[in-house]
Design a protein around this ligand. Structure first.
Ligand SMILES: [Zn+2]
Ligand SMILES: [Zn+2]
Length: 285
């Protein structure tokens, strides 16, 4: 074993044991280091690192120029990788959540108003940080965090601050809604409905955003997911156990397996605030 192979074994073991952000980050750092090397040995190890990270398209592209026509084993290996790349690309890749970026986001989130039905709007992308700060069109104050996803109002409002959403002034001033009234599961409580439609940041789907409910209350929106994320969270069976699948879906499991985060079949994950059940909404581009 060369030193790169030894390091790979070490990092793969670390990832297998911990499966956490740091062990994924370590694999990405190793990948960066290998990309700077010109030796075939290093490139071979780079292929394995990419495979571990499920970056199949990248792995295929690294391996292809290394295989010569007479290398039967290599050609077979390349063929297998090509099939994986065609099927999965880099879409299901493990992604690190940068330690520094995450800490910054958590600090920023602590300064924002709390949204019961949308607990981390920075993570889901409903809010973005802007530098320099922009002026909120509702309160007229400068804000460094801006709303980015649909606001259904007649006026074309470009900048809203989190506070004007949380206290309902934005919805009132522009007579708007953050979620389409008819696109939610039913909940029998006017106050809850008012909070969701007028005081909760929405989200952005491919087609019509839909808000799930459970235990007669709206669920918390957790963000975009694909099959891979559901597997990692161990909730595939849980989201399939849902009456939403009984209508119009032939084979829910088969459909679910084709969902990936950021892909043309996109999942949106919701979490019941009362019983803790996870619910899914799917749409395609
Ligand atoms: Zn404002
Ligand atoms: Zn529930």
């Amino acid at each position: 074993m060369n030193e790169f192979q030894e390091q790979l074994v070490e990092l793969q073991k670390q990832y297998a044991d911990r499966k956490d952000a740091e062990s994924i980050q370590a694999l990405y750092e190793f990948k960066d280091l290998l990309e700077e090397q010109s030796s075939v040995q290093a490139k071979r190890v780079l292929v394995d690192v990419c495979k571990t990270l499920k970056l199949y398209q990248t792995a295929y592209e690294v391996l292809r120029p290394l295989i010569i026509k007479t290398d039967k084993k290599g050609i077979r290996q390349l063929g297998n990788l090509q099939a994986l790349a065609k099927e999965q690309g880099d879409y299901f890749a493990l992604r690190p959540i940068g330690g520094k970026a995450k800490r910054h986001r958590e600090k920023l989130l602590a300064q924002l108003p709390k949204f019961k039905y949308h607990p981390d709007p920075l993570d889901t992308g409903a809010f973005e940080e802007v530098d320099p700060p922009q002026v909120c069109e509702c309160c007229g104050k400068a804000t460094s965090v801006r709303y980015t996803v649909p606001f259904y109002a007649v006026a074309d409002v470009k900048c809203l601050c989190p506070m004007c959403i949380a206290n309902g002034t934005a919805a009132e001033k522009f007579d708007g809604e953050f979620q389409d009234e008819s696109s939610t599961d039913p909940v029998n409580d006017e106050e809850k409905r008012d909070e969701l439609l007028h005081r909760t940041p929405g989200y952005c789907g491919w087609q019509q955003e839909y808000w799930r409910a459970h235990c007669d209350d709206y669920c918390a929106y957790l963000g975009g997911v694909g099959y891979q994320e559901l597997v990692q969270m161990g909730i595939v069976d849980e989201v399939l156990d849902d009456p939403v699948w009984t209508e119009g879906w032939d084979d829910p499991m088969d459909i679910l397996q084709h969902a990936f985060n950021g892909g043309s079949l996109q999942g949106y994950l919701f979490h019941c605030l009362h019983c803790g059940k996870y619910l899914l909404w799917l749409d395609c581009d």
